[in-house]
Design a protein around this ligand. Structure first.
Ligand SMILES: Nc1ncnc2c1ncn2[C@@H]1O[C@H](COP(=O)(O)OP(=O)(O)OP(=O)(O)O)[C@@H](O)[C@H]1O
Length: 604
């Protein structure tokens, strides 16, 4: 006999995240609803489970029959009995195999489904969400939090259903064998169940904390891995180890609290189990002596009692699991629920001319609501015009780009494209007309060809298109020089491209998008002159005929722009052509240019 016990599995890893969201109040049913698509497989699993339960319940009865008929029954009775049992047990083995396969495979499918839902929801989250959450936590949640549901929703559910059937069936058998003996169990099993429920409740409360601490470990590791060059360069190996050590110590502490709770619970429930067994044997012996019970019946009673106790335990286990998985995965469903519907939706395919206007735009980042990143900013850019944004670090240049791309909405004022407010246009349409070349272009792990084709969503891109873009971006020659050409893998497991090569791939990517509006975040680090020339001519090719906003750092770029917008602390301090602005000797622009020239003179 084994009494109820809360599960001792470790809480699954990373996952700290948003606070209670809209899904917090209705998680149970929502989780069950996910099973609907898998109903046929689960029903087939239940059918085979029913078969195994029936055989399981018959087994002690058969044993009792066997014991009480040993020596009697005549001839080949034992042989016939053995053959029948063999057939039944073979059937049970077959049903067990099918049941296991059906439940376990469905579990994997459900986990995959939830993981995809979660990824889909994460990828649709607005950029502000990513300002708030650590990438290490989010990837951890994708991997580990979802796994917690696997056990609970499939094998856990299957085992608890099976346990319920066994519990009811075995209890009926117990009553039919001896109602007097059954009284012992009537006391012990509910007591054990109650203890299991209490422990389950306590475990649930602790699960969130364990998840949080483990998420912290993931965060520390992620940060150090992604900044591994810095760690090496600054000799911070020991510091990294210490931070990880501290994070894992906190996680261990939280987990040990759970282990202590479980250990105590195990002791108590084991004592209860053996007390119940002792009492049953003692009472049973009395009944046998009084001729009211056979030896076979007592044996089968003990076996059925074991079943009742084990299945009550399994049910209570499941309760603990369920509580724990609710604690651990509430936030997975909060994210799934909170994903904005419209993000990533297709637009009407509207082609813009490329006129842009900011009308009194003010904006503060959600993470820093008190500090205006842009304060009453107004300007207009004609279609095809090239405007350089200049200003000190933190002046708001990147913020203008982020607002144009619709990463955030202005708190006041309006952004207009071709005279229409951004709100009146589909976000997808706005973005479809914009391409961005980042300061430090990032490439995905995959082939160079795939990285260029990334520019175009929703349709297959022909290799000839990719090549044409690469040629315009001065990238074709170096790509063709790789043995695998456009199929060369870049990124973590592939070749590393130089800064200039990456920029040309990024320019090819932007060219392939054929945008009306271009946002260039100029690299601050200088390339060697040959590489610089290749990048510059590629950029000129890219800018031709397109409205271009350049977050400019270099004098050479600024002077080539049609117009310059000078930003100071989130406001437009000056605007005009380079020559006009240079004439205003007391202006910020003149000062910035002087600084640039001084730097140039110092380095020359
Ligand atoms: N995601 C963010 N959350 C909170 N504040 C931010 C965020 N991004 C930028 N800021 C703040 O907004 C202000 C404007 O930043 P922005 O990045 O637009 O400046 P910038 O002119 O592009 O600077 P740089 O040339 O250094 O890139 C700064 O004070 C900055 O600290």
């Amino acid at each position: 006999m084994s009494a109820a016990k809360p599960a001792a599995k470790p809480a699954a890893a990373p996952g700290a995240g948003p606070g209670p969201g809209p899904g917090a109040g209705r998680p149970h049913l929502q989780r069950l609803r996910l099973l609907r698509a898998f109903a046929p497989r689960l029903l087939a699993g239940l059918f085979f489970m029913g078969l195994t339960v029936a055989v399981e319940l018959l087994y002690p009865k058969a044993l009792s029959h066997f014991i009480d008929n040993i020596g009697g029954g005549g001839g080949d009775w034992a042989g016939r009995f053995g053959l029948l049992m063999l057939a039944v047990l073979t059937l049970q083995a077959l049903a067990t195999t099918l049941r296991y396969y059906l439940f376990e495979s469905t579990g994997l499918m459900i986990v995959t489904r939830i993981r995809r839902l979660l990824y889909g929801a994460l990828i649709r989250q607005p950029i502000a969400f990513y300002d708030k959450h650590n990438v290490g936590e989010l990837t951890g949640r994708l991997a580990a939090d979802v796994e917690v549901l696997h056990d609970t929703l499939t094998m856990g559910l299957a085992i608890s259903l099976r346990s319920l059937c066994v519990l009811l069936g075995a209890a009926a058998m117990l009553l039919s064998i001896s109602p007097q003996l059954s009284v012992v169990l009537l006391v012990c099993v509910p007591l054990s169940l109650y203890l299991g429920k209490r422990a389950g409740g306590l475990l649930r409360g602790r699960a969130r904390e364990i998840q949080q601490r483990q998420a912290d470990c993931g965060k520390v590791a992620h940060e150090h891995f992604t900044n591994i060059r810095l760690v090496h360069a600054f000799g911070q190996h020991a510091g990294a180890r210490q931070r990880y050590h501290a994070a894992t110590a906190a996680a261990l502490d939280a987990a040990l609290g759970n282990v202590r709770l479980l250990a105590g619970f195990r002791g108590v429930s084991s004592l209860l189990t053996y007390l119940a067994l002792l009492l049953t044997l003692w009472l049973g012996a009395g009944l046998i002596a009084g001729g009211r019970l056979t030896v076979g019946q007592l044996v089968s009673f003990v076996l059925y009692a074991g079943m009742v106790s084990a299945s009550a335990g399994a049910l209570s286990d499941y309760w603990g699991d369920w509580m724990r998985s609710i604690g651990a995965t509430e936030r997975v469903f909060e994210i799934i629920d909170s994903a904005p519907e419209g993000e990533g939706a297709a637009g009407a395919g509207r082609r813009l001319q490329g006129r842009i206007a900011f009308d009194g735009v003010s904006f503060a980042y959600p993470e820093r609501p008190g500090r205006a990143a842009l304060d009453d900013v107004s300007f207009a850019i004609a279609a095809g015009e090239k405007v350089a944004l200049v200003g000190a670090s933190g002046a708001g240049k990147s913020t203008i780009a982020s607002l144009l791309l619709g990463f955030y909405r202005p708190d006041a004022g309006a952004i207009r494209f071709d005279g229409q407010t951004a709100d009146a246009l589909a976000l997808a349409d706005i973005r479809a007309n914009i391409a961005i070349v980042e300061q430090e272009p990032s490439l995905f792990s995959g082939s160079i060809g795939e990285n260029i084709a990334f520019a175009v969503a929703g349709r297959a891109v022909a290799p000839a298109e990719v090549e044409a873009a690469a040629r315009l971006a001065n990238a074709h020659d170096f790509i063709a020089a790789f043995p695998q050409g456009y199929d060369t893998i870049v990124g973590d497991r592939g070749v590393q491209l130089s800064g200039g090569q990456k920029q040309r791939v990024a320019i090819a990517r932007a060219l392939l998008r054929d945008p009306r509006i271009l946002i260039l975040d100029e690299a601050t680090s200088a390339l060697d002159s040959a590489s610089e020339l290749l990048v510059q001519t590629a950029l000129e090719q890219l800018m031709r005929g397109r409205t271009t906003i350049i977050i400019a750092h270099r004098y050479s770029t600024i002077v080539k722009a049609d117009r310059v917008l000078v930003l100071r602390q989130g406001a437009v301090a000056q605007q005009g052509t380079h020559a006009e602005l240079l004439r205003q000797r007391d202006g910020l622009y003149f000062q910035l240019m002087e600084n640039q020239l001084a730097m140039y003179r110092d380095s020359a």
